[in-house]
Design a binder for this molecule. Structure first.
Ligand SMILES: Nc1ncnc2c1ncn2[C@@H]1O[C@H](COP(=O)(O)OP(=O)(O)OP(=O)(O)O)[C@@H](O)[C@H]1O
Length: 271
């Protein structure tokens, strides 16, 4: 039971945006995708979500070629939080969150849907915004609405212990635009979903220390190719990151923390 890309190639007008990419997302793990701007991270997420069809290779969800999985079944087993900029909904916040329940319309009840929506609204800390017009929200507030929408989709049918399918949560730069408290809150929610519900969580992140702190494994993309993947402590090395990002990165000891902090070498340390 995995979400798996095998030797995936994706092209636009003859240019390969993804070239021979193979990754596997397992239930219960947090996998971070890291790489410079334009490396193909969002494209990979869309291919894994079934939104883009690869020109070569295969994407399988729970063992089935994703192109053969009916859209409704796909929506019942994976939730996507895309980059917020692309979205415009002329609804109030609670109704935007409720959109996440659409795949369960035939099997759920209003009562269940409302309970899950209220739970997600609390988790995403948007209770004070629930009756506001979505378009009037700030960028970070909109991000949190989409987190709640993705969560109610991911939660499916509560107490359904018969489902044989693993669930997956795909997050495209979920912390972008969030203040530091809400960034930590979102990352903690993602980790809990992986640990408590055995969800496979994939997150595109740019912050090295968020990757080190929250991911079990990391995939590094550059120019459409996987240049490194493995356990977080093996991949998040200053030499590897300096090479991939063409910018000097170094690790400094955190006297209060379990792991080193990764910083740009050019950053002033102290005055
Ligand atoms: N529909 C498209 N048509 C043409 N080129 C595209 C299209 N979508 C993406 N690209 C190009 O493919 C490359 C990869 O884009 P992608 O959005 O996947 O990168 P990314 O790694 O997510 O970048 P960022 O960190 O900036 O979000 C970029 O050079 C982008 O310009």
């Amino acid at each position: 039971m995995t979400l798996c890309a095998q030797n995936v190639r994706f092209e636009v007008r003859g240019r390969a945006l993804l070239d021979d990419v193979s990754i596997t997302l397992h239930p219960g793990e947090v996998l971070a995708v890291l790489g410079p701007n334009g490396a193909g991270k969002s494209t990979l997420l869309k291919v894994l979500a079934g939104e883009l069809a690869p020109a070569g290779g295969r994407v399988t969800q729970n063992g089935v070629d994703i192109g053969h999985v009916p859209a409704l079944v796909l929506a019942q087993n994976r939730a996507v939080m895309p980059q917020a900029a692309a979205m415009a909904f002329p609804f109030i916040v609670r109704d935007v969150v409720m959109l996440g329940r659409a795949p369960f319309r035939k099997i759920s009840s209003r009562h269940i849907d409302r309970d899950l929506v209220e739970k997600a609204i609390l988790l995403a800390d948007i209770g004070h915004l629930a009756d506001h017009a979505y378009p009037a929200l700030s960028g970070g507030e909109k991000q949190r609405v989409h987190l709640a929408r993705a969560l109610v989709q991911l939660w499916g049918m509560p107490n359904n212990t018969t489902s044989q399918s693993a669930r997956f949560l795909l997050l495209d730069e979920p912390t972008a635009g969030l203040d530091i408290g809400h960034q930590q809150g979102l990352l903690a929610i993602a980790r809990r979903e992986a640990e408590d519900h055995k969800t496979g969580v994939l997150m595109i992140l740019h912050d090295f220390n968020q990757v080190s702190g929250y991911a079990d494994r990391v995939v590094v993309l550059r120019q459409g190719k996987v240049v490194a993947q493995g356990p977080t402590d093996q991949v998040m090395r200053p030499d590897l990151l300096s090479d991939v990002f063409e910018s000097p990165i170094r690790a400094i000891a955190d006297p209060d923390g379990a792991r080193d902090i990764l910083v740009s070498s050019n950053a002033p340390v102290s005055r």
